[in-house]
Design a protein around this ligand. Structure first.
Ligand code: KG4
Ligand code: ZN
Length: 352
């Protein structure tokens, strides 16, 4: 079962082909990605209009290259999957129209994938992780804990009350002049830093439930950065220390909330295996992965995470989610409308 996947919902234009019936480790047939980072860098964030135009300029070529790398013609694929939301709507429309055109011309099944479901199932592309599992989904726009009961079956255990964690990384980087996207830059700077130098808040730590909040932490980073600037400081050493302190605060909060969710997950699934999955762009962070792995171990959970390239946006996770959906006959019609907003637990209600 060979599926072409297309991703254009943010600032990465991506196309990939996966074989949904191959054994793990051999499923990825091709994977092409063009990051628009340079086009948005001057603006300090993603500009939707620039993103949409860039997707339009490059998506056909990337699809052609992914098909060429896989050595396949359109006749040889079994379905076309595309991110149909949530995301920046101009970009989503570009991807959806491209996928619909391919599906219409070839007569192959069309699969409109929720981008969050792409992240949620991405771990299963390269490893045989059975359902159910607890998922921490951490990206630029989302921060939630979910029980993944099956394809299209998600129960939300908690989420952020304000900013997403990736957003907090991006804003921190911007305040410290580290550029965009912020996550990798903060992680790099933090490596040489002293995480104990700045006493930053750990919002929600120890509170009941599984919700998050990052706006207070962001404000505290801003205050620390302003104080450094006022003191004529803010050199490499200071920036590294502040990044390390910020990352340590994030790690502590994520681990605490995840531990609460592990207990909630156990109450939902008394009999099942205990697997904790972390996915989404922020899951590419090595320090956070290590701290979450320790938290999982302390609760008797095994942690699984996609390799870093599969954590940040890509076409392979969309192709894979499409394969998982096609296997269950969850095909979409060509009049499916792209959606700027599309909560993941809404899928469960649709799947019944
Ligand atoms: O999943 P993703 O590529 O796009 C969304 O769906 O949002 O996630 C992008 C986010 C950005 O906020 C980026 O700064 C963050 O993931 N990110 C990281 C790292 N790599 C990407 N955050 C922390 N550490 C990283 N190494
Ligand atoms: Zn994403």
């Amino acid at each position: 079962m060979r599926i072409l996947g297309i991703e254009t919902s943010c600032d990465e234009t991506a196309a990939a082909v996966v074989d949904g019936s191959a054994p793990s480790g051999t499923r990825l047939l091709s994977h092409r990605l063009l990051s628009q980072t340079a086009e948005h860098a001057a603006f300090g964030g993603v500009v939707p209009e620039i993103a949409a135009r860039s997707h339009l300029d490059h998506v056909d070529r990337l699809v052609g290259e992914a098909m060429g790398d896989a050595g396949l013609s359109f006749d040889a694929i079994d379905g076309v999957a595309v991110t149909a939301g949530p995301g920046l709507i101009g970009g989503v429309i570009v991807g959806v129209m491209t996928a619909k055109a391919i599906a219409a011309v070839t007569g192959k099944p069309f699969l409109g994938v929720n981008h969050l479901e792409g992240h949620a199932l991405s771990v299963r592309l390269e490893a045989d992780v059975p359902f159910p599992y607890l998922l921490l989904l951490v990206s630029g726009g989302h921060c939630q804990l979910l029980s993944v009961d099956g394809v299209g079956r998600y129960r939300r255990l908690g989420g952020t009350l304000d900013d997403a964690v990736g957003e907090a990384f991006d804003k921190t980087a911007k305040m410290l002049g580290l550029g965009f996207p912020g996550g990798p830059a903060v992680e790099r700077a933090a490596r040489a830093g002293d995480a104990k130098r700045f006493a930053l808040p750990r919002p929600m730590l120890g509170r009941p439930g599984c919700d998050f909040s990052f706006s207070g932490l962001k404000t505290a980073v801003r205050q620390a950065a302003t104080a450094l600037a006022a003191a004529g400081a803010g050199g490499e050493r200071d920036v590294a220390d502040l990044c390390a302190s910020f990352q340590a605060a994030v790690a502590a909060v994520l681990a605490d909330r995840a531990r609460h969710a592990m207990r909630a997950f156990e109450r939902l699934h008394e009999e099942s295996t205990r697997t904790f999955v972390v996915a989404g762009g922020v899951a590419a962070n090595a320090m956070l992965r290590a701290s979450l792995e320790a938290a999982a171990a302390s609760e008797g959970f095994a942690m699984a995470a996609p390799p870093p390239w599969l954590c940040t946006d890509n076409g392979a996770m969309i192709a894979w989610a499409g394969a998982e959906r096609l296997r269950l006959g969850l095909v979409d019609s060509l009049d499916l409308a792209p959606r700027p907003r599309w909560p993941l637990d809404e899928l469960s209600r649709a799947a019944g």
